[in-house]
Design a protein around this ligand. Structure first.
Ligand code: GDP
Length: 432
C-alpha cells in the first residue's frame, strides 16, 4: 500500500488535513506543544484506491533550531513515503523555515505536492499563487477545515502515487479450495472416502470451457469444499501409478490451485524427507496449512514419545501450522478437520488495521530495540500490511534489520495477532 507523508510547520493544519483525507473528524490530535505525534499512520481511500497517510507531526514546536527540526521531519517523510504533502499556511505565506524544508524535499526524487492550507475563501486562494516561488510547482489551495479544494487535492495525490498494482479481484463466493496432499500410502484416499462427494466437473469461470474434471465438491463438516485434483487421489486402486517426479508435480499443482492444504503424515512412520518437501511446497506457495497426523490408531505410548521428538525437530520451522491427530480408518477426529481448515483460512485472510499494527509495533521496539551494531541500530519507523492471503507486512526502517531481529518481530507479531495455520511474509524497506 503506497504511503503519503504530511510535512509542515506546527499550526499549518496538518492534523485537520489528515482528518479531511481520511474522512473523519476526531482521532487525530491537534498540535499541542510537547505532545509528540510521531509518524502516526492512518488508512485512507479515494476513488477506490487505498493508501496510508502518515502524519509526521513529531517534532517539538519549541525546538531551538526550528529549521533543523523540520528538515529532519521532512527527511523521515521522504525516506518512507511515496508521495510527500508539504503543507504551508496560505494566510501566512512561506517562511524561512518552510524554505529550509523545501531545499531538503527538492533534493529527493519523491513527488511533492504543495498544499496551501487555510484557503477558506477566494482572496486567500489568490494569495496562494505566490507560493509558486517555493519551486515545488503548482500550489493546491485547500481549506482542510471546510473541505474546499480537498477533492482536487485527493485527485492529484492519486495521480502522484506509484502505478496501481493489478487489482486483485475479490475471491468469488464459491466453495473454498482445499488440497489433500501427502506421500503415497499416508491415507489420502481413505480420508477422502470419509467425505461424501459430488462427482461433478467444476466448470471454469471462463465462458464455454470446462476444466478437466479433476476437482470435485465434497462435504467436509457440513460445508461444501472444492477438493482440487480429486482425480489424483482416486486414480488408482492398490498400486501406485506414475513416477515420483510425476506425483510431485501433481502435488505442487494441487497446492498451487488451493487456498488451504491438508498435508497428511503417517503417524506410524518417521517424518520423511518427502514429507518435508511437501510441507515446503505449501509454505513456499504461501498457502494456509493444516497438518493431519493420520493413522493415529496405530500410535501407542512408545511411538508417541518418539513422534513428539520428531515433531520438535522436523517441524521447528512451522510451529504455526495447525496439527490434528486423526484416523481415516476409525474416523477419530475427522470432524476436527473443517474447523481447522476454517481457522487456517481466517488467519490467511486476516487484516490488521494500520493504527493497531503500529500501536503494537511502537510498544515492541520501545521494549526491545534493535541491537546496536557498530555503534548504530536501525530503527523501525512504522509498518503497514501490504496484503492478505497470506498476510504480508512491510516494515519501513532506517536500515537493514538483523535476520534474528526480524524473526523476533515475526514471532511477536504472531503472538499478538494469531495467524494460526497461515504463513506470513515480512519485508523490510530500508532508507535508500
Ligand atoms: P494414499 O496413497 O495416501 O491415498 O493412501 P491410502 O488411502 O490408499 O491408504 C494407504 C494404506 O493405509 C491403506 O492400506 C489404508 O487402509 C491404510 N490407512 C489409511 N488410513 C489409515 C488409518 O487411519 N489407520 C490405519 N491403521 N490405516 C490406514
Amino acid at each position: 500500500q503506497p504511503v503519503v507523508a504530511v510535512v509542515g510547520r506546527p499550526n499549518v493544519g496538518k492534523s485537520t488535513l489528515v482528518n479531511r483525507i481520511i474522512g473523519r473528524r476526531q482521532a487525530v490530535v491537534e498540535d499541542i506543544p510537547g505532545v509528540t505525534r510521531d509518524r502516526v499512520p492512518y488508512d485512507a481511500q479515494w476513488n477506490g484506491r487505498a493508501f496510508t497517510v502518515v502524519d509526521t507531526g513529531g517534532w517539538e514546536p519549541d525546538a531551538k533550531d526550528r529549521a533543523a527540526a523540520i528538515a529532519a521531519q521532512a527527511e523521515t517523510a521522504v525516506l518512507t513515503a511515496d508521495v510527500v504533502l508539504f503543507v504551508v499556511d496560505a494566510m501566512v505565506g512561506s517562511t524561512d523555515v518552510d524554505e529550509a524544508a523545501v531545499k531538503m524535499l527538492r533534493r529527493s526524487a519523491k513527488p511533492v505536492i504543495l498544499v496551501a492550507n487555510k484557503a477558506d475563501n477566494t482572496a486567500v486562494e489568490m494569495e496562494a499563487t505566490s507560493l509558486w516561488s517555493l519551486g515545488l510547482g503548482e500550489p493546491f489551495p485547500v481549506s482542510a477545515l471546510h473541505g474546499r479544494g480537498s477533492g482536487d487535492l485527493l485527485d492529484s495525490i492519486l495521480a502522484a502515487l506509484p502505478e496501481a498494482p493489478t487489482i486483485v479481484e475479490d475471491r468469488p463466493r464459491g466453495p473454498r479450495r482445499v488440497a489433500l496432499v501427502g506421500r503415497p500410502n499416508v491415507g489420502k484416499s481413505s480420508l477422502l472416502n470419509r467425505f461424501s462427494g459430488e462427482e461433478r466437473a467444476v466448470v471454469d469461470s471462463v465462458a464455454g470451457t470446462t476444466v478437466d474434471p479433476v476437482d470435485s465438491l465434497v462435504d467436509i463438516g457440513g460445508q461444501t469444499w472444492q477438493l482440487v485434483d480429486t482425480a489424483g487421489l482416486r486414480k488408482r486402486v492398490g498400486k501406485a501409478s506414475g513416477t515420483e517426479y510425476y506425483a510431485s508435480l501433481r502435488t505442487a499443482g494441487a497446492i498451487e490451485a488451493a487456498e488451504v492444504a491438508v498435508v497428511l503424515l503417517d503417524s506410524s512412520e518417521p517424518i520423511s524427507e518427502q514429507d518435508q518437501r511437501i510441507l515446503s511446497m505449501v509454505t513456499e506457495a504461501g498457502r494456509a496449512l493444516v497438518i493431519a497426523f493420520n493413522k493415529w490408531d496405530l500410535v501407542d505410548a512408545d511411538r508417541r514419545y518418539y513422534l513428539d521428538k520428531e515433531i520438535d525437530r522436523e517441524l521447528r520451522r512451522i510451529p504455526w501450522a495447525i496439527r490434528l491427530n486423526l484416523s481415516a480408518m476409525t474416523g477419530r477426529a475427522v470432524d476436527k478437520l473443517a474447523p481447522a481448515l476454517n481457522k487456517a483460512l481466517a488467519s490467511w485472510e486476516q487484516r490488521v488495521p494500520t493504527a493497531q499494527l503500529n500501536q503494537w509495533l511502537t510498544a515492541l521496539v520501545q521494549a526491545t530495540p534493535h541491537p546496536v551494531r557498530g555503534g548504530r541500530a536501525p530503527r523501525i519507523l512504522f509498518a503497514t500490511q501490504a496484503g492478505v492471503a497470506p498476510p504480508r507486512f512491510v516494515l519501513f526502517t532506517t536500515g537493514p534489520l538483523d535476520a534474528g531481529y526480524q524473526r523476533f518481530v515475526e514471532r511477536k507479531l504472531r503472538e499478538e495477532f494469531g495467524y494460526e495455520g497461515s504463513p506470513i511474509e515480512i519485508s523490510v524497506r530500508p532508507r535508500k
